[in-house]
Write a protein that binds this ligand. Sequence first.
Ligand SMILES: Cc1cc2nc3c(=O)[nH]c(=O)nc-3n(C[C@H](O)[C@H](O)[C@H](O)COP(=O)(O)O)c2cc1C
Length: 307
Amino acid sequence: MRTCLFQSLFGIDFKNPVIAASGTFGFGEEFQDYYDVSLLGGFVTKAVTPEPRTGNPPPRIIETPSGMLNAIGLQNPGLTVFVESILPRIARLDTVIIVNVAGRTVADYMKVCSELDRHEAVRALEINISCPNVKQGGVAFGTSPQIASQLIEAVRTCTDKPIIAKLTPNVTDIAEIACAVEEKGADAVSLINTITGMVIDVETRQPMLANGTGGLSGPAIRPVAVRMVYQVARAVSVPVIGMGGIFCARDALEFIIAGASLVEVGCGMFVEPDLPLRVIDGIGSYCERHGVTTISDIIGSLTVPGG
Ligand SMILES: Cc1cc2nc3c(=O)[nH]c(=O)nc-3n(C[C@H](O)[C@H](O)[C@H](O)COP(=O)(O)O)c2cc1C
């Protein structure tokens, strides 16, 4: 373990800045056959909702020239199964476990957060504020500063654990949303979730995904994600966690230099399951090459000529 990669953020010690992203790493165990998951800085679980969900009908994943489009629909076994059978098993892993939380209503989020608050193995909660809010007529929680901040304010009353607000890029001004959730008690923000997209089968003249639209991830979204991390990091005081199309250490370093304290690796692991290990190693080598003794020295170190 390289000491230059260590950081203490929102009360948690991270052995390195590389985290596996929600929805692309299952509940952690699935990857144990490939490598020792404890080598990661941490991982974020698939979203947990109060009730079990089967997700959307197939097809729900389509490849695009530089990434993928998915409409999984938050498939997960639900809070009870997660807490009673999955959590006791993954609690043994020697890395930071962050649980991604979703719901249809504010009450749903509060229920999941209150329950998870009682479990020591859960170190932080990543609040997925990019889900349809049925009570708000389908408006995503994350697209309105008011609704996003009300949700964070509500879950703040349910837990003392660090709260990470996961932001959607499908907005005009992501920094405005980040500031709103910071004000109501988010300990960190993570960004970006997928960008809404569509692929059409020209023969049938129908969308390729059964859901019609889906979320675009992968290399195509990286420049957008880096720009958003840069904007948000300048607007908030809490740590920023960056993600979107990280496929190598150089990609991760872009996010770090733009202002991310941690990075999440997502669908790149579908191509290379142990990609996070290569990213960790590459960031370490970069630090050695550039005489960086602590990673904090390069976080947000971007210089913009004339800017
Ligand atoms: C198949 C799939 C499932 C995902 N499920 C979730 C989820 O349950 N909760 C969430 O907050 N993000 C989810 N995401 C979004 C990722 O965590 C990440 O924000 C996004 O894919 C961008 O990173 P990437 O380009 O490195 O994949 C999912 C992404 C994919 C590809």
